[in-house]
Design a binder for this molecule. Sequence first.
Ligand code: KIV
Ligand code: ZN
Length: 512
Amino acid sequence: MTDKLIIFDTTLRDGEQSPGASMTRDEKLRIARQLERLRVDVIEAGFAASSNGDFDCVKSIASAIKDSTVCSLARANDRDISRAAEALAGAASARIHIFLATSALHMEKKLRMSPDQVFEQAKQSVRFARNLMGDIEFSPEDGYRSDPDFLCRVIEAVIAEGATTINVPDTVGYAIPELYGNFIKNLRERVPNSDKAIWSVHCHNDLGMAVANSLAGVKTGGARQVECTINGLGERAGNCSLEEVVMAVKTRRDYFDLDMGIDTKHILAASRMVSQTTGFVVQPNKAVVGANAFAHASGIHQDGVLKARDTYEIMRAEDVGWTTNKIVLGKLSGRNAFKQRLQDLGVQMESETEINSAFARFKELADRKSDIFDEDILALVSDESVTNEKEQYGFVSLSQHSETGEQPQASIVFTVAGKEVKGESMGNGPVDASLKAIESHVQSGAEMVLYSVNAISGSTESQGEVTVRLQNSGRVVNGVGSDPDIVVASAKAYLSALNKLQSKADRVAAQG
Ligand code: KIV
Ligand code: ZN
């Protein structure tokens, strides 16, 4: 008999707290649907009380998702908990996740509360939440750096009040695997009612050990829930990476002996979706989802793999969503083949109109580029915001001129609320000139904090995918654009970022 490991994904909450990773409601919904396809057990959709924008995100995800539990974070007070419950009202299965710091440092310096006050507030908040719903998680923030005696006291009390999951965060990524595993084990042994709750681990990656610490918490500590994010997205060095922890437990089933509900073949699509949405590029040598994760370059390795795959491969690339057949579609491919490919890639489009518009863009691309790869399709789909008629700004056309010894100049036509306008400018290079041409008209005053170009499928024939990160009035947004012409891709990315700055006017960064 094995038992089950619950996978709790917090890409949309803790992941989004990473500076520059904030997402729009539609983007979050799309990622939530992908997480549901991946069959994660719990999706932490946001922090409902932190802003009206976050409340709306949690509410929309709660009503759209049917097969995963949807969770909202809440501070340990009645208002936060009521807001979370309100946002989750439409969910098929819902959870409130309450947190309150328990380390001496956080209590004294951040909360300015005594341990007794924290103890009472923790108890009271769980009691309040339990009257609203049955599934309540409690996290003693900075738990790993808390005094174990005090922690045991708080945990025993919140379980007695009805907390069903106890999560022990290593909030600052300070733990070492052996120590963290034993820390969880000791807590479970010392808390008298520990068997009345599921124990969970939540590790940050500041010392690069988030996955190792989480696995130790599971193996040694007996935790049965892991909190993680796609691509390890998260504040500072990030959170425990979902793809790594899941594939470790699956590949080393001989050691962990645990079941999971995850459908691993959707991992790669989830990774790409998160990377394209946030502009956080996945490093090529990243385990499981990096471009080189299954590439064998050395002759000895290639020879070995051809003779017997398991000489150098411990996982099958197909099991996490890599396709062996790289060329997927071309100029002659029809709408059905395109639709099927979208389905295989785990991309769900809301309506036939959306599919038609994506298909039209696919055809346009196929006219300019003979082989269309999965990466091209995913980029094309994530470009939706630029071509979406509901958006304030939309790309129409661009011309630019650059020549050695001359200052580049660009002229761009784009739409503002459906009406075509033209901007012209000189610049340091063709990209600079094009973006200045947009700004000459829009005058957003936004500061660019990141610009990056990535060749989607590796060669100069490939599409360029550009990420632009803009900051304005304390808000940070990412725009992504793709096109075989990187100057056009840059203009699309810039317009997409401007659209997000507009649509997120009421959002403030969630804090936790
Ligand atoms: O890292 C942390 O402590 C958190 C809590 C809110 C669970 O994210
Ligand atoms: Zn965290």
